[in-house]
Design a protein around this ligand. Structure first.
Ligand code: HEC
Length: 108
């Protein structure tokens, strides 16, 4: 039973990921990739290996939930230099960013 729900969660998770990616136009995806490299990269390192901010490489994020990472992107980490991006990035876009970070497929 537990396994069944785990599989169900996996399947619905990937369907949600596909739905998120579909809601973002190719132009906006390019903009978001640019933000990731230029803005996020200014703290997390141009290759996201870490700098002032922690590394954002897929290998470092395997155990992290994409939704949690998206919340961090939207609201920042209070008391640290990680700023909230809510004014510039929509929730479904933050989730997409979290998913491409976790997949390591930044499309660059
Ligand atoms: C001004 C510097 C700065 C910028 C710009 C910045 N970050 Fe951060 N970020 C940080 C710092 C510092 C931390 C670590 C906070 C802590 O100590 O928990 C962090 C943490 C994170 C984390 C959590 C990592 C983890 O392992 O818990 C994510 C995800 C993240 N940032 C994504 C982004 C994304 C995506 C962008 C661009 C939209 C971005 N950051 C831009 C400084 C920055």
């Amino acid at each position: 039973m537990g396994a069944f729900y785990a599989v169900l969660a996996l399947v619905t998770g990937s369907v949600a990921a596909a739905a998120v990616a579909k809601d973002i136009s190719p132009e906006r995806k390019n903009e978001l990739r640019y933000v990731l490299e230029q803005d996020c990269g200014s703290c997390h390192g141009l290759t996201l290996k870490g700098g002032l901010g922690s590394p954002l490489l897929a290998g470092k994020l395997t155990d992290r939930d994409a939704t949690d990472l998206a919340s961090i992107i939207l609201d920042g980490v209070p008391g640290t230099p990680m700023p909230p991006w809510r004014p510039l990035i929509q929730p479904h876009e933050a989730l997409w960013l979290a998913q491409i970070l976790k997949s390591g497929d930044l499309g660059q």
